[in-house]
Design a protein around this ligand. Structure first.
Ligand SMILES: Cc1cc2nc3c(=O)[nH]c(=O)nc-3n(C[C@H](O)[C@H](O)[C@H](O)COP(=O)(O)OP(=O)(O)OC[C@H]3O[C@@H](n4cnc5c(N)ncnc54)[C@H](O)[C@@H]3O)c2cc1C
Length: 451
C-alpha cells in the first residue's frame, strides 16, 4: 500500500493500517521534520477535539500526545475596550478542546509509524502527477532529481489541500473537484511567554478578539507562549493590502486590538513580513478512481479553519477507513466506495458549518441574544441530554455523532432556540416546560450510526 503525504492524515493512516497490511510505503516531499533544525519547534498550533482524540486513541498514540496538550475550556472574548468575557464551550468538565503544536504532533505520529516496523518512510520524494490510465504516480527524488513511477497498489493521496493527485483529474468528471477560495486570508503572530516563562493571557481559553468583519485569535502553547492568527480580508479598505508599513499596522492594532498589541514585541515587522496564508474549501463529487486511488484528508475535503475541525475530520477519515477495511478486507474498490458513501456528506456538512462559524466567531459571539440562546441550549441539554445537544458540542465533543447529523439537528435546534427566545431577554422569561415539550415533539433522541 502506498500513501502520499506524511502530514497528520497520511502518517496516522499509515500507523493505523500497519496493523492490517504487510508493508506500507509513505512518500513525503519535505525533509524529515524530526531531523530538521528549528522547523519542528515552530509554535503553530491546532485545536484537537473529540474526533481527533478518538483517532489518536485508536492508533495507541494518545499517551505520547497527552504531554503536548493545553486544555481550553471555552472562549475568552476580548472587547474593544479591553474588557473580557469567558464563554464555556460545553457544560461538563470533560467538554474541552486542546491546543497542540502541529510540528510536535507530526513528530509523535512519525515516530509511531516508524515503530510499527512495516512503514517505510521516504522523505524528499515529491509527487509530480498521477496517470490514471497507467495507475502510476510520477515522483521526483529531491536529492538526486531522479524521476520514477510508483504503482497505485493502491495509492492513498493524503497530500493536502493543494493535492497534485487531485489536480491530475482536473477537467475529468471522475473526481469533479471544486475549490473556492475565501476573500479572507490569515497571518500568524506570537505572544511570547512572560519574563518568568508565565502565560501572559489565561491559558485555559481560546482567545478571540471579534471585530465584525475580521478577528484575531490566540491559542496557548505548553512553553507559555501563544500563537495568534489574524483573519482579515485580503483586499479592500480594511485588509491585509493596507497593512504595509509601521504606521498602518500600529494604527490598525491600536484601534482594534490594543490589549493584544502591547504583548507582541515585533508586531510591525511580523505583520508586514510574515507570509499571508490562503483559506478555502475543497469539495469533490468523488474521492476515488476505481480501486486504484483514493483522496483522503485535506486532499479530499479541505475546510476553512473556523470550527477547528480540518485535522479532526482528517483523523476521523483514518478511523473510518480502518473500520471499513476490517469489515471488507483488501477489496480496495469496495473499501473506497464505502468510505466515500459514508464520509462525503459528513465532509460537506462540516465544510458548511466551518464557514458559518466564521461569522459566529468574528461577530455573533458579541450579541446578547447569542448568549441567551447558548444558556437556553445548555438548560435544554441538562433536561433532555439525549435529545438536545448544542451543535457546537455535537461537533466538538461527540465523536459518535456524524457531522451531517450535527448539521441537520443543529438547524432544527437553532430554529427552536430563536422561537423560544424571540420575546425574551433573560432565561427566566422563557416557559421552559413548554420549550421541553416542543423539543420532545420535534426531535427524536440522537441516533449514532457508528458502532
Ligand atoms: C490557519 C489554519 C488553522 C487550522 N486550525 C485547525 C484546528 O485548530 N483544528 C483542526 O482540526 N484543523 C485545523 N486546520 C486544518 C488542518 O491544518 C488540516 O485539516 C490538516 O493539517 C490536514 O491534514 P492532511 O494530512 O490532510 O494535510 P497536510 O497537513 O497539508 O499534509 C499534507 C502532506 O503532504 C505533503 N505533500 C504535499 N504535496 C506533496 C507532493 N506533491 N508530494 C509529496 N508530498 C506532498 C505535504 O508536505 C504534507 O506533509 C487549520 C488550518 C489552517 C490553514
Amino acid at each position: 500500500m502506498n500513501i502520499l503525504g506524511a502530514g497528520q492524515c497520511g502518517t496516522l493512516l499509515a500507523t493505523i493500517m500497519a496493523r492490517h497490511v504487510s508493508s506500507i510505503d509513505l512518500y513525503e516531499r519535505g525533509v524529515d521534520p524530526r531531523k530538521a533544525d528549528g522547523h519542528a519547534g515552530r509554535s503553530i498550533n491546532l485545536a484537537l477535539a473529540a474526533r481527533g482524540v478518538r483517532a489518536l486513541e485508536t492508533a495507541d498514540v494518545m499517551p505520547h500526545v497527552e504531554p503536548l496538550l493545553v486544555p481550553m475550556r471555552g472562549r475568552m472574548i476580548h472587547d474593544i475596550d479591553g474588557s473580557t468575557e469567558f464563554q464555556r464551550y460545553g457544560q461538563r468538565d470533560d467538554e474541552q478542546i486542546y491546543s497542540v503544536s502541529r510540528g510536535h504532533l507530526n513528530q509523535v505520529l512519525l515516530n509511531a509509524a516508524e515503530e510499527r516496523g512495516n512503514v517505510n518512510l521516504h522523505f524528499q520524494q515529491e509527487a509530480l502527477s498521477y496517470n490514471s490510465s497507467l495507475c502510476t504516480a510520477q515522483v521526483r527524488d529531491r536529492n538526486s532529481n531522479k524521476v520514477y513511477d510508483i504503482a497505485a497498489a493502491p495509492l492513498i493521496a493524503a497530500d493536502g489541500a493543494g493535492s497534485v493527485i487531485r489536480a491530475s483529474y482536473d477537467g475529468s468528471d471522475l473526481i469533479g473537484a471544486s475549490r473556492s477560495l475565501s476573500q479572507h486570508g490569515y497571518k500568524e503572530l506570537v505572544i511570547p511567554a512572560g519574563p518568568g516563562g508565565e502565560f501572559q493571557l489565561d491559558p485555559g481559553a481560546l482567545h478571540i478578539w471579534p471585530r465584525g468583519g475580521f478577528m484575531l485569535i490566540a491559542l496557548p502553547n505548553p512553553g507559555g507562549d501563544f500563537t495568534l492568527t489574524l483573519f482579515l480580508e485580503n483586499e479592500g479598505e480594511q485588509s491585509f493590502s493596507t497593512l504595509t508599513d509601521e504606521q498602518s499596522v500600529t494604527t490598525f492594532f491600536e484601534s482594534h486590538f490594543a490589549d493584544a498589541a502591547v504583548l507582541i514585541p515585533d508586531l510591525c515587522s511580523a505583520v508586514i513580513n510574515n507570509p499571508l496564508g490562503m483559506l478555502g474549501t475543497v469539495r469533490c463529487r468523488h474521492w476515488h478512481d476505481a480501486g486504484n486511488m483514493l483522496l483522503i484528508g485535506d486532499a479530499a475535503h479541505a475546510v476553512v479553519p473556523f470550527h477547528g475541525q480540518g485535522m479532526n475530520l482528517a483523523f476521523e477519515d483514518c478511523v473510518l477507513f480502518e473500520r471499513i477495511f476490517a469489515e471488507i478486507g483488501a477489496d480496495w474498490q469496495r473499501v473506497f466506495e464505502n468510505f466515500e458513501s459514508t464520509q462525503l456528506t459528513n465532509a460537506n456538512a462540516i465544510a458548511d458549518m466551518a464557514l458559518e462559524n466564521y461569522v459566529e466567531m468574528r461577530d455573533t459571539v458579541r450579541d446578547p441574544k447569542f448568549a441567551l440562546r447558548k444558556e437556553l441550549a445548555f438548560e435544554l441539554e441538562r433536561r433532555l441530554p439525549d435529545r438536545f445537544i448544542p451543535r457546537y458540542s455535537m461537533v466538538m465533543f461527540h465523536a459518535e455523532i456524524p457531522y451531517r447529523v450535527a448539521k441537520d439537528r443543529g438547524e432544527i435546534q437553532l430554529r427552536l432556540l430563536e422561537q423560544f427566545t424571540s420575546d425574551a431577554e433573560q432565561i427566566d422569561q422563557i416557559d421552559l416546560e413548554a420549550a421541553v415539550a416542543t423539543v420532545v415533539r420535534q426531535l427524536e433522541p440522537v441516533a449514532s450510526d457508528r458502532p
